[in-house]
Design a protein around this ligand. Structure first.
Ligand code: PMP
Length: 327
């Protein structure tokens, strides 16, 4: 139903779920995979939810006033959502990100008027990197409100209040398995907790981008899947406070190439253009759907963002190459 609203934040959430019928049929899957399309949020990713929740909370507590500025460390999507919402409410924004974030994401941040400061991805080799970067952000912007997506409890709470209930309602309580990635940990910790409270049998599975998503001395510039970290092998300091590890029943490693292939299949078989973390999540959901013990189950796979944010990163192959003239 068409709605008329007066601010972009009113359009956040209530995202649709799409059963991947053709994709499932093509692979003869025993379980049904349902994609939660977070791309339907107004600024295009799952992060619209927490960006709004954090800004609203700061306003309510009087920490953010007209003309203020927000600052955070971001792999892109949170920054893009924060920048857009900040713009709509008259705030400025500054973000610190690893220099491996996709060029499309930097362009989007700048389009919404944000300042972007990149740090070499090798910086994240230091187990104290997040702490150090937080300190730097605070020192360089002492008057700004530090939204702190990695530790701000408003993040998982909002997923508990919205994403979890939306999945429960849309599947009429039939969800058996929830698959997602972990960036801040907010999505899975919050919505996973809600689903488990309603049905303790619900399994929460983390899609872990393969080797390479944490920089190592041998491979300081891994082909990272934007927005997601390899949590199981991370130093304790690198595990975001917002990730409640007790919520995860299983971690499944995914090679970057397999994530890309799954994203390509989703585009070509369902007409859904998703990002690389969605590809990793779908790849895991597919493996789960092939397990005999999961026959007849409902697997909800989060699609955190759109493939349009990664076209130049090559997820879909060389699709941005100039079209050669044919004579
Ligand atoms: N995928 C992408 C593309 C993301 O940007 C994020 C958030 N950084 C996630 C997945 C994971 O979401 P969360 O932060 O809620 O764990």
């Amino acid at each position: 139903m068409a709605v008329l609203v007066t601010e972009i934040t009113e359009l956040i959430g209530d995202t649709p779920l799409l059963e991947l019928t053709r994709y499932g049929r093509n692979r003869d899957l025993g379980a049904r995979i349902v994609a939660k399309l977070e791309t339907f949020n107004p600024i295009g990713s799952v992060k619209d939810r927490i960006a709004w929740a954090i800004i609203r909370d700061a306003e309510e507590r009087g920490e953010l006033r007209p003309g203020g500025r927000i600052v955070d460390l971001t792999s892109g999507n949170t920054g893009i959502a924060l920048a857009a919402i900040a713009a709509s409410r008259g705030y400025g924004s500054t973000f610190y990100a690893g220099d491996n974030i996709s060029a499309d994401k930097v362009a989007l941040l700048r389009a919404f008027g944000a300042d972007v400061i990149t740090v070499p991805n090798t910086f994240f080799l230091d187990p104290d990197a997040l702490v150090l970067l937080r300190e730097r952000a605070r020192t360089e912007h002492p008057d700004a409100y530090f939204t702190d997506q990695l530790a701000n409890p408003v993040n998982p709470q909002y997923h508990y209040d919205t994403t979890g209930p939306e999945i429960w309602k849309a599947t009429a309580g039939s969800v058996d398995i929830l698959v997602g990635g972990v960036g801040t940990g907010g999505t899975l910790s919050g919505s996973g907790r809600y689903l488990k409270e309603n049905n303790p049998q619900v399994q929460v599975v983390v899609a872990e981008p393969g080797w390479g998503s944490v920089p190592t001395p041998e491979n300081p510039y891994p082909q990272e899947i934007d927005g997601v970290h390899k949590i199981t092998e991370a130093e304790p300091q690198q595990i975001p406070d917002n990730f409640d590890q007790s919520i995860a029943d299983e971690y499944v490693a995914v090679e970057t190439a397999d994530a890309y292939l799954a994203a390509q299949a989703l585009a070509r078989e369902e007409g859904v253009l998703a990002g690389s973390s969605a590809g990793a999540i779908l790849h895991v959901a597919t493996q789960l759907a092939q397990r005999p013990e999961n026959a007849g189950k409902t697997i909800v796979a989060i699609v955190p963002d759109s493939g349009e944010r990664y076209l130049s990163a090559g997820i879909y192959g060389n699709v941005t190459a100039p079209v050669a003239a044919t004579v």
